[in-house]
Design a protein around this ligand. Structure first.
Ligand SMILES: *[C@@H]1O[C@H](CO)[C@@H](O)[C@H](O)[C@H]1NC(C)=O
Ligand SMILES: *[C@@H]1O[C@H](CO)[C@@H](O)[C@H](O)[C@H]1NC(C)=O
Ligand SMILES: *[C@@H]1O[C@H](CO)[C@@H](O)[C@H](O)[C@H]1NC(C)=O
Ligand SMILES: *[C@@H]1O[C@H](CO)[C@@H](O)[C@H](O)[C@H]1NC(C)=O
Length: 611
């Protein structure tokens, strides 16, 4: 039997600062222990460069070096009890934090920091592939850094010198676990992504599973299939892979690891097939344990655990902070860190200094939330953009008196802004992309004014294309798309008719707000008890206008938009009867949006809130 879960216990450990000197101290909280099994996993996903941890949020303040210490301590424990521990990362390691985005070339320090973790199975996310240079670095740096561990089941790379198309990495991996002798066959997938630069080819999952190598692989005699992927647990891709494996192996256990939608999630496909996903941004480190695997390899003794004859799959979402890491390892401030972990924390600190990430831009006057505040409202990041920023930064000296509409997709923003210090790092955290403003001049007002409703309500015009308008919203909103999270209604609910109101749980005054996850296994997955946080549905796009006449509508406007949404805008324009194509799209401003935003903040958020 795996160890029974203990009831909530308050744990009093001595608390000290995390490894990044400016990180806030972790806060003591009621904890749930980690259930150990025969085979255990730690998962990271969608870290998006947050390898220094969260320097403004104590519950996520551990860094990549602390995670290395944690994994090393857990490996020691696994060896002591004769269990196995594997580490998994499911992609989107890049874009979203100054540690990756602020250097030239991007990731100059981050790849070397990341590679220090000993990951057993790793794959690619869509963010590694948007920019050709990032995809090339994936091939020349990350794949060799994780040689033999990096899997690319449906991803090819085009070599720049020869134009030759080759697998980004090996398609699958077969291995036997160290202590339990479990024979594993692992795959590494990416969802059916189409927005990649032209130096990679993502093959649709449905096609890949028909290929001979895959069909051969799923016929292999193994004790367990592990499918990792930058894939949502409830999307069509994992359903297809599950079906394909089950068509050959009706009884072999399958463990899926997902990513992309930035949520904590757990899915049951059948009694021996489960999926797990560990959130985003180094907020969450996932723990998964499996018991009852019938292994035909050499079976080690499990000293503290007894093998279950029936299978069990248990999960835990670990808040990434030192309080929890020490609690889960039973170690303290002096016994927890390893020399290797401390060295990596020191490298992160050095890199942050070299990149000047603490450089002060201004003081945010209040918290501005992506989905924790309704849209529109005073604390909505998007209301702030719409009312204060967009029209101001979308100004072209040659066209400044032309009436214009400025459209921005909500997914172009990646994180909340906290009241107080706003730094160079904050800029990349909020707006990591290298997007610029484009425009089409003199668009009939009638057509332009239909853009926002079409992009937000979708409908038949997009149905026959790969351009799903919900792809324009932040990935967290996918949880609503797949009915995993029922959003709270926002004040302006015109675009969310039909959405169910989530009950507001009564919150305990002592608890820090954070994840209160409900998944296919219930509501006891989080390792830390939190007060719940609101989650509102937001539109796909927002819009600001400028230089419009007071009384009458103009004949024509400049239709300004962030470059990412160009294909959607052109499709929507065609629907209104316009014949615009790519050749009509011109640059509106030369700067990337991130720099425009930083400029606006420097100018408008003056003052000094540094303590
Ligand atoms: C990819 O696009 C770039 C620029 O748009 C072009 O120069 C290059 O030849 C293309 N590469 C491939 C492999 O098609
Ligand atoms: C940490 O644990 C070790 C071994 O149990 C003990 O000797 C030491 O005093 C503890 N240190 C702190 C700071 O509690
Ligand atoms: C940590 O870094 C120091 C100095 O670079 C090095 O001598 C030492 O071997 C490293 N320790 C570990 C455990 O990596
Ligand atoms: C774009 O539209 C113009 C007419 O406005 C036309 O001449 C041109 O061929 C079109 N380009 C494409 C790629 O369809």
């Amino acid at each position: 039997m795996a160890k029974q879960l203990l009831p909530w216990t308050y744990v009093l450990l001595s608390l000290t600062a995390a490894e990044q000197p400016s990180a806030p101290k972790p806060v003591a909280a009621p904890m749930r222990p980690l259930p150990w099994g025969q085979l255990n996993f730690l998962q990271t996903t969608d870290t998006h460069g947050w390898h220094a941890g969260h320097l403004q949020e104590s519950q996520y303040s551990a860094d990549w070096g602390d995670y290395i210490s944690f994994a090393e301590r857990m490996h020691q424990k696994a060896d002591e009890i004769g269990a196995d521990l594997l580490l998994v990362d499911t992609g989107d390691r890049v874009e979203g934090n100054g540690l990756y985005d602020a250097s030239k070339p991007k990731g100059r320090y981050d790849y070397d920091i990341f590679k220090e973790q000993d990951i057993d199975i790793i794959c690619t996310g869509n963010h590694e592939l948007y920019q050709a240079d990032a995809a090339a670095r994936e091939y020349t740096q990350t794949v060799p850094n994780f040689k033999g561990k990096y899997l690319a089941s449906n991803l090819d790379y085009i070599k720049p010198d020869t134009g030759e198309r080759i697998p980004m990495a090996q398609r699958f991996r077969k291995f036997t676990t160290k202590n339990q002798g479990i024979r594993v066959l692992a795959f590494g997938f990416l969802f059916d992504f189409t927005g990649n630069a032209n130096n990679t080819i993502v093959q649709p999952v449905g096609k890949t599973i028909e290929e001979k190598w895959f069909q051969d692989a799923i016929r292999e005699d193994v004790d367990l299939f592990i499918v990792i992927g930058h894939v949502t647990l409830h999307g069509p891709e994992y359903k297809a892979i599950f079906k394909a494996i089950r068509s050959q192996k009706w009884d072999t256990p399958i463990q899926f690891f997902g990513g992309h939608s930035h949520i904590r999630d757990f899915a049951k496909y059948d009694s021996k097939a489960y999926g797990f996903q560990s959130g985003r941004y180094m907020e969450t480190v996932g723990w998964m344990s499996i018991d009852g695997i019938k292994s035909k390899g050499k079976k080690g003794d499990l000293k503290e655990l007894e093998l279950r004859s029936d299978m069990s799959f248990q999960r835990r979402y670990i808040d990434n902070n030192l309080f929890g890491y020490r609690y889960h390892t039973g170690l303290n401030e002096s016994t927890f860190p390893t020399g290797h972990g401390q060295n990596v924390s020191a490298s992160i600190h050095k890199a942050r200094k070299a990149l000047n990430l603490d450089y002060f831009y201004g003081c945010a006057p209040k918290d501005l939330w992506m989905s924790r505040a309704p849209y529109p409202s005073d604390n909505s990041l998007y209301s702030w953009l719409e009312k204060e920023v967009l029209a101001d930064v979308a100004t072209n000296p040659k066209r400044k008196d032309k009436p214009r509409m400025v459209i921005f997709n909500t997914g172009g923003m990646r994180f909340d802004i906290f009241k107080g210090t706003f730094t160079r790092d904050s800029t990349y955290i909020v707006s990591p992309f290298v997007s610029t403003l484009k425009y089409i001049k003199d668009v009939p007002f009638k057509a332009a004014s239909q853009m926002l409703p079409l992009l937000n309500n979708g409908g038949p015009i997009f149905e026959s294309t790969e351009l799903q308008p919900w792809q324009l919203a932040p990935p967290e909103q996918l949880a609503i798309h797949y009915d995993i999270i029922a959003p709270q209604l926002s004040i302006q609910d015109s675009f969310i008719s039909g959405a169910a109101q989530a009950p507001l749980l009564s919150s305990s005054p002592d608890l820090v707000p954070g994840y209160t996850t409900k998944d296919d296994a219930g509501d006891d997955g989080d390792d830390t008890l939190h007060a719940p946080i609101s989650f509102y549905k937001i539109p796909n796009c927002i819009q600001a206008t400028a230089s419009m006449a007071e009384k009458s509508d103009p004949e024509t406007v400049d239709l300004v938009f962030i470059d990412f949404i160009q294909p959607w805008v052109l499709t929507a324009l065609q629907f209104t009867g316009q014949t615009y194509n790519n050749s009509h799209v011109e640059n509106y401003r030369p700067e990337i949006f991130t720099d425009l935003l930083a400029g606006w903040i420097k100018e408008h958020w003056r003052g000094d809130c540094r303590s």
